[in-house]
Design a protein around this ligand. Structure first.
Ligand SMILES: [Zn+2]
Length: 441
């Protein structure tokens, strides 16, 4: 049936070509050989008779995933037999989960006619797993599938952007070419010191320095990290550098080495209400009056719980009456704890680094609990304090060796900035004077 249809299409295409017409065919339910080599016919009549000699596959196609597609469904549609589809997916699963395919993603497939029957053999498949990795599936001579993950070579470079604010930091920096993600990070980092509604006036200047990774094959670019940012408001400079002290999480620091103050999330869970506040209360199960060392948020089982701030997981696991419990250390004096979790998020373990807002686990009723809720604690200098009252982390300053490391890092960042500015100027030159060959990463 398919071969018959394919033959009719071939004949039709040859007739169309003979008349010098360009046709665009779209038949979704049948194979659409794109690179089939057609012999140039002497006449349309010859063609109809010699169609059996027309060179057949292999064919290749780039398929785009649409809503409701699975890898199995698109391969089925090509006419690949179901047992081969299963074998291919099983081989792929060792390096990639086909469930991760997203709408709009492209899958390149090479397939060929089978000796018998109306189905096709899958020969080769390639797809992009993520920004840095390609997946290839090859059918070996013995008919087995072999899947391999390839790390793409990305060009690492730095971007330095500066300008004046005429409308807003976001609008003007975006126009100057800054990445939206980097601007978001910059605004977030400055929001502890700068009131973006009130302080930013026309005439304020800004600068940012960040790194990017470019896939030179596709031209796609992924911003890395914001390294440094400056705002000059009324001649007063606000400068920050992103630095990771040894054994700690990265953060933004002023030129003197003071951490940019970070607020903790007051409610580490979305749309929850406080069921029970901090302080003395009658214990709901044991009956006697007891100090409640945290705040209880009522929420359905499975509601995601977020880290209240950046930090390192100090404890993760069952902990007596607390049930499933996580404790995060935010700095030398501040910790937050989360209890009665139904389960932990992937990757949560002692020593794991978390960022503010990252999902760390899910609401449950493990340990001593009457129903699903999050018991949330804030511990400062070893004492439980009311998390709804204290939301600022005390300022921390880099000292001693950490400060020396930071100063050296800052100098390096400034050298990078000078180089990145030079590179930026090069790119603004007319294209004729640009070097033709790009440097290797
Ligand atoms: Zn509680």
């Amino acid at each position: 049936m398919r071969q018959k249809l394919a033959r009719y299409i071939t004949i039709f295409l040859c007739i169309a070509a003979a008349y010098g017409l360009v046709f665009y065919l779209s038949i979704d339910d049948s194979p659409r050989p794109k690179n089939e080599v057609l012999s140039s016919p002497q006449s349309t009549q010859d063609q109809a008779e010699t169609v059996e000699e027309v060179k057949e596959g292999p064919y290749d196609e780039t398929l785009t995933i649409t809503a409701g597609d699975t890898l199995a469904s698109i391969l089925n549609r090509l006419g690949i037999p179901i047992n081969q589809v299963h074998e291919a997916i099983e081989a792929l699963s060792s390096v990639y989960s086909p469930k991760d395919l997203k709408v709009g993603q492209e899958v390149y497939v090479v397939y060929d006619e089978q000796k018998e029957g109306e189905t096709y053999d899958l020969k080769f498949l390639r797809l992009r797993a993520d920004f840095e990795n390609d997946i290839e599936l090859v059918r070996t001579g013995e008919g087995f599938f072999q899947a391999t993950k390839y790390k793409k070579k990305l060009k690492h470079s730095y971007v330095a952007i500066e300008g004046d604010i005429k409308v807003s930091l976001y609008a003007d920096a975006l126009r100057a070419g800054a990445s939206p993600k980097m601007l978001y990070d910059m605004i977030k980092a400055f929001s502890f010191d700068v009131d973006f509604q009130r302080d930013i006036q026309p005439g304020t200047t800004f600068s940012l320095l960040y790194d990017t990774y470019k896939d030179e094959e596709s031209g796609n670019e992924r911003p890395g990290e914001l390294l440094a940012a400056t705002l000059v408001i009324d001649n007063k400079p606000y400068e920050i550098y992103r630095f990771q002290p040894t054994g700690s999480v990265p953060g933004f620091y002023t030129p003197l080495g003071e951490a940019v103050q970070k607020a903790l999330l007051k409610t580490p869970i979305d749309g929850a209400r406080i069921n029970s506040g901090f302080g003395n209360r009658k214990h709901p199960i044991k009956g006697y009056t007891k100090m409640h060392t945290g705040v209880d948020f009522g929420a359905p089982k499975g509601t995601p719980i977020m880290a209240a701030g950046d930090g390192i997981v100090e404890r993760c696991g069952p902990f007596s009456g607390y049930g499933n419990y996580i404790c995060i250390r935010h700095n030398g004096s501040t910790k937050t704890a989360y209890a009665h979790l139904s389960r932990f998020a992937k990757g949560m373990k002692k020593g794991a680094k978390v960022h503010q807002g990252k999902v760390i686990g899910y609401v449950g009723a493990t340990g001593t609990a009457t129903g699903p809720h999050l018991h949330f604690e804030l511990i400062q200098n070893g004492k439980h304090v009311n998390p709804t009252k204290v939301t600022q982390l005390p300022k921390t300053k880099l000292l001693g060796k950490a400060l020396q490391e930071y100063k050296a890092f800052k100098e390096k960042v400034e050298r990078i900035r000078i180089e990145a500015k030079k590179e930026g100027l090069k790119e603004e030159l007319p294209s004729a004077s640009k070097p033709k060959v790009l440097e290797e990463a």
